[in-house]
Design a protein around this ligand. Sequence first.
Ligand SMILES: [Zn+2]
Length: 350
Amino acid sequence: MAFEPNTLETMRLIKDLTSIPSPTGNTEQVLAFVENYLKEVGIASTRNNKGALLVRIPGKDDTKQRMLTAHVDTLGAMIKEVKADGRLAINLIGGYRFNAIEGEYCTIETSDGKRYTGTILMHQTSVHVYQDAGTAARDAKNIEIRLDAKVFNREDVAKLGIGVGDFVSLDPRVEIINEEFIKSRHLDDKASVAILLTLLKKLQQDGAELPYTTNFLISNNEEIGYGGNSNIPPETIEYLAIDMGALGDGQASDEYTVSICAKDGSGPYHYGLRKNLVQLCEENGIDYKVDIYPFYSSDASAAIKAGFDIVHGLIGPGIDASHAYERTHRDSLYHTEKLVYAYLFSEIVK
Ligand SMILES: [Zn+2]
């Protein structure tokens, strides 16, 4: 099973994906891109009512099935309030801190589809004016959007069609460095979506038959906890989420290996499946780290919580500074892609 992933192709696809805004709740544009990508390589997909995309690849055995998922939705925000001075207060979508977006460019999409740019700033930013610029809390009260428009009050903003409930997407600032590193917001989880799409394309081109019917779910509500907890066929035994490995002090994961999650905030992942994944790495020369993500849950744990009787697992590329300005290395993409490929052709062993 000599498969050499083309990580540059994967990185370019990640760049395309992160460049399309898709905060949870407003993911149609990126899902249309994914749908079209699959169509162009000759793979049919369907949608569920939530808008997520499903692909079914028939395998030798249809009585036992697998499901793999990655999510296209990302962190973002909504306009919470238009302030008297024309600045915009925001309410965050997904789990992150305001300091992670201070100074970031953003785009506001109005309900009638117009787009305006702005910058996310502390109200007390200018050190020439505010003595507490460095110490004031980075929170919902002080962080606001400065619109790139000549507005002085609420009425001016209303005239642009901007109002409460408009979606705010964060500028990804995606950059590929020397074909080695990719730094961008939203590598979580668009790096994994790109890996699944690249592998689906390869399966289609090779025409190789998988041992089990395998369902792919590109979910669009993971960041708020319920992306991949539906549309799981009753024959499904194994459910593998491809999402990011979390890096930091005391973490085993890094940007150069595939991270295999033993446990996260939701509890241990299935022990047998985890051991199979480790074995696949050992057999195929795949560099990996087994890790625990303390403050984390996934679409696989969401499926378990929703009551599905499945064996669940979680793997993914190591992503530095997750839920902020993220980065990973081609090696991590390479080893993740190799593991997913090996897994697709492996036996289901409970
Ligand atoms: Zn994620």
